[in-house]
Ligand binder design. Structure first.
Ligand SMILES: Nc1ncnc2c1ncn2[C@@H]1O[C@H](COP(=O)(O)OP(=O)(O)O)[C@@H](O)[C@H]1O
Ligand SMILES: [Mg+2]
Length: 253
């Protein structure tokens, strides 16, 4: 694989108070690839994901050592504009979280925040974003209806459309399919494969099969350690670490 490193964690540790949730994690994530983080509940997957848009900053008592490089720049270094960072790095959560607004206003939300308010400027971006999230055909006649009236899988794709509207280059997904049925999950997975042509995607999943199906690179975490990471096909068929073998074969916990 020719890897253009979009993201690099360098000896990254994160403490919640005295508790080390990440222990000297080092890993590279390639541009326009899907990287999956797997591991048992509580091993630090979400924490690692959240370091990328500095969401852990919002929690008091959090301390970080090491570096998180995005495009070669340490996002924990001085001079990082966190608002700008969060625009560049969008996040999708476990439960779809559309705002209690219309479909249109959800997608327009980030644009409004950025000061783009004219309807004629916003309309084409809304259509483009909804098309990119494979939602346009389903919602084009109901743009003024409440987003919360949409079925759950459409809500999740609406959340994806909402973040695409502000043109991020990295998309973080924290168990984005865990509230969805298998058919809806399949749609989101297909969408991810399409989106990776343009975006760098990092997904946390507790579903090993999902990681195997859609990711290019997988990292296996355990108790805050990055035990092993590498090409997904290799990690799943020929894991090097005994602990990875145990987890993949279901012998863990
Ligand atoms: N805000 C927090 N304050 C204190 N401990 C936390 C907080 N968030 C997560 N943790 C702890 O950090 C560890 C890693 O959590 P998390 O990143 O959510 O794991 P995962 O996503 O792999 O399930 C767990 O032991 C969890 O209890
Ligand atoms: Mg989690």
């Amino acid at each position: 694989m020719s890897l253009n490193a979009k993201i690099r964690f360098v000896q990254l540790s994160l403490f919640y108070g005295a508790f080390a949730a990440l222990k000297r994690v080092s890993m590279t994530m390639a541009e326009r690839h899907i990287t999956a983080l797997i591991g048992p509940s509580g091993c630090g997957k979400s924490t690692l994901l959240r370091t990328l848009n500095r969401m852990n900053d919002l929690i008091s008592g959090v301390r970080i050592t090491g570096q998180v490089l995005v495009d070669g720049k340490n996002i924990y270094g001085p001079g990082t504009d966190v608002t700008e960072l969060r625009k560049r790095i969008g996040m999708v959560f476990q439960r779809p979280n559309p705002f209690p607004l219309s479909v249109r206003d959800n997608v327009a939300f980030g644009l409004r925040v950025a000061g783009l308010t004219s309807r004629s400027d916003v309309a084409p971006i809304i259509e483009r974003s909804l098309r990119a999230a494979w939602l346009w055909d389903q919602v084009k006649d109901r743009l003024e209806q409440p987003a919360l009236d949409l079925p759950l899988d459409q809500q999740q794709r609406l959340c994806i459309a909402r973040l695409l509207a502000v043109e991020p280059d990295i998309i973080l997904m924290d168990e984005p399919c865990s509230a969805l049925d298998p058919i809806a999950t399949g749609k989101v997975e297909e969408l991810m494969l399409e989106l990776k042509k343009q975006y760098t995607i990092v997904i946390v999943t507790h579903n090993m099969q999902q990681a195997a199906r859609i990711s290019d690179v997988t990292g296996y975490m355990l108790l805050g350690d990055m035990i092993e990471c590498g090409e997904t096909a290799v990690l799943f068929t020929n894991p090097q670490d005994r602990r990875t073998q145990d987890y993949l074969s279901g012998r863990y916990g």
